[in-house]
Design a protein around this ligand. Sequence first.
Ligand code: G6P
Length: 618
Amino acid sequence: MCGIIGITGRDDAVDGIVAGLQRLEYRGYDSAGLVAAGANQLRVVKRAGKLDNLIGALKGSGLSARAGIGHTRWATHGEPNDRNSHPHTDPTGRVAVVHNGILENYQQLRRQLPDQRFASDTDTEVAAHLVARELDRMDDPDLFEAVRRVVAGLEGAYSLCFTATDEPDTIVVAKNEAPLIVAHADGVGYCASDVAALIAHTRDVAALIDGQLAKITPEGVEVTDVDGNASEPHAYTVQWDVEAAEKQGYEHFMLKEIHEQPTAVRETLRDRITDDGGQQGGGRLHLDELAIDERDLARIDKVFILACGTSLHAGMVGKLAIEHWAGIPVDVEVASEFRYRDPIVDAHTLVIAISQSGETSDTIAAASHARDQRAPVIGLCNVVGSTLAREADGVLYTHAGPEVGVAATKTFVTQIIGCLLLGLYLAQVRGRLYPSECQDILERLQQIPGAIDEILAQDGDIAELAKRYAETDYTMFIGRHAGLPIAYEGALKLKEISYLHAEAFPAGEMKHGPIALIEEGSLVVALAPEGHVFSKMVSNIQEVRARGADVIAIGSAGTTSDLKDHADHVLTLPEAPHELATPVLATIPLQLFAYHVATIRGEDVDKPRNLAKTVTVE
Ligand code: G6P
């Protein structure tokens, strides 16, 4: 997630900005840059890659200023390279901007400036051009007023931070749906994406509220609403140390990322409908950089989904979605197996390679094996510009933001959302669903973030269950249909961070072997949300209960009362907007369960033994 730091009123502002960017590194980034503000010139230095590249470029430059802004970029629009790094300026170099978020209407805004050349592929740059245009139009140029006018026309999520040669000591910021903190201490004004960047200077900060702007100078911080009326931000004193600040008060990154899931899902669903010019009576679902010709997609007769680890489990939901909506047969396969056999693949086979990092070597190799046989490849990735994203024919990005915890959580739920979008898209391309039907389902999917919030509110009950079962050596997860991938994922989460033995089985397979493992005191977690296999799951629960197992059932609003007679504990999910969206909800309590079991056992949740976040070797 992009990081912003702004400082005004210190002779060593450039050093302060670099130190602030170092504090923001944990957020994840692919490039970094800063601007040193001056009345004659805004001096911008920016580099792709690690902060060390920026620091190297600054060395010996003698760059100093009393004010400036800095940025670490996590790419969402445009490759992560020097050109797309922030800050961006208008063509005359009068205004510079850094941005965290996505300006959804940037293309329309660019069209308002037909004569201007843009130096980058980003959604952000247009904001600097527009503010410069406003300043040009003013008899008495005023940066705050120029930003206020521009912000009124922006759509999307943003925290934006501007500086201009007109007022080099002034930083103007604006916030909507992306975090921004402001502060003033000892004659210095600050702004930052989060308190980690400011904690070395002050603990008294104020979080801006959506729709607020602030003018930051060495004299102080003035906050207004979008109409320019004085407005109060949320002021508070930070109680955390630097390490806790990076985790925003959560004990672990994994827990923070679990709680970021409503936002991550919202971002992945955002802005997926484009106007079809009235051709088919509404909008059409469109997916990021899916540069594969729709006519080729319409001719696909088979799909392979290839992935490893958690991404594989998302792929299992993808199979259900594509077969259900698009009516194409789908195989889901471990990438490391696919690459060493002789899969029947040709130009009519679509390969969907799922990898949050886009760097997992087995997945990349499997995808290229398929491409060698002329199969079009879609990468479903979280990291923009990653190897898989570059090598695939088309990319669908999950917009979960960087994930630090080794155990995938928010990237998993957004991969499932990505799979649902692909299922709907293929159905649309093949004429199996009208655009209006796609839209209707998409609209219902917008209920997911709220439903996740409701599940997160059950954390206390889940922690109690974890306390009770933290010493259980063996846990079996069972599920059917959309519950089965989540049974696999629930078992994986538990084993990878708590090191307890956990396995998952299709519930219908129990009687063919696994049920022999059940004895008095065994723990079975049963995925039994509402859906067409619910009654089958109840039978399976009865079978294991009769053999002495303790059962934790994951049910949903409509099934809780039935489950209570059969299971020892029932965790209730809110009603899902679609049966195929149930996995997104059902995985949340299992993430929390695994998290609590592991913390009770004192394990290193964010960095489990023997595991790596990204596996770039075979
Ligand atoms: C590693 C990680 C897992 C992840 C898997 C695939 O094993 O520890 O959390 O699911 O790699 O990673 P990818 O980046 O390809 O999704």
